[in-house]
Design a protein around this ligand. Sequence first.
Ligand code: 5GP
Ligand code: ZN
Length: 130
Amino acid sequence: MGSLGPLPGGFQTDIIFSLQECLFCRIVRHEIPAQIVHEDEQALVFKDITPQAPTHLLVVPKKHLGSLSASTDGDAPLLGHLQRLACRVAEDAKLSSYRLVTNNGKGAGQSVDHLHYHLLGGRPMQWPPG
Ligand code: 5GP
Ligand code: ZN
């Protein structure tokens, strides 16, 4: 979706579109149902709708960031929070081994343009990933 350019007041139409229509922003706002396993001020963790492992959770910041590469140095505390949260959720799920991964960009397999980490566990993992 292209930007219509700046609006009065300095709002960008593409940012407004993202916040209204982004799938994960809508899940964060509870407009679309999800099987939520954790929620706090900064993040939501919910089950992936197409699980690729016995445990497949998505660790999602409430702040809209299009991908990891859209983050800035100022987001470092948030990114740290997401990793520690993933670790705690994995412990709660009794996972001794797990994979935490983000697909950054279409070429890496990203299909939802809102930063998220996949927490996968409960089966042996292959390396390198496809
Ligand atoms: P990506 O392909 O961007 O790395 O990961 C997006 C993930 O979101 C996919 O694993 C996909 O199954 C999941 N997903 C897509 N739509 C929904 C949805 O509406 N609800 C939930 N819970 N997961 C979704
Ligand atoms: Zn979003």
